[in-house]
Design a protein. Sequence first.
Length: 245
Amino acid sequence: MRRCLIWYSPEMYAWLKANRQDDGTAPATAAAVPDGAMMVKEMYPYPAAACAGVEVKYLLPLSQASAVMVRDAQGSHDGWFWGWYGWGPNSGWSVDWPAKPNSPYPNMGFGQYCTNCHASAKDNSTFASLNNIKGEPGDPLVFLSQNFFLDPSWQSLQMRIQNAAAKDAASAGNDPDYDPTFLKIFWSLGGPPLRNQIVPMQPETYDSVWPKARSPACRTRRASSSPRISASAATAPAAPACNTT
């Protein structure tokens, strides 16, 4: 089991107290999380027991790093600025702009891949619960990855994404042969195109379009905005309402 240490800003803790009570007093429809609310999830490798007896102020997530959520309802359709921040020189983290030559996946921004899971939350795109907060009643929530048994390395999703760019760069130029069916259908093209004739798609590193607030339409941001937000999200301390899960 992987251990997580979650810090909640006062605004986020107050929202949980008002909207995520398990004693029947929570409203039927949760209010929107207020802008500026933050959550920082420090992630540690398994086994969780290795960290159980360590005072939280001495823990530092060097290998798995931290996930960051900052509420900004006007910033995107889901209303969150998402981020992954690595601690230490060997974490693999870097500012998103200017991007490295291998076009890595963005570490921070709006409309990030985090929504793949968080979109299934019952409201506000967050699974946050008072059960996870020290001093609150109940037991911490436990989530089991559905495909954990398929990968004996126990590599996290974040680590897979972090390594994806390097994997793609290493395989560049080793293109597989065209499918015979493709060649039969598109024979009129005059033969298969060479790699230098193909116009590549823009890598997601430079994707600056995501669904805007309260609309399925999209908006565009300046590519230089992400580092400024990233720096503030990564360095501004979130005053914790709790210490551990």
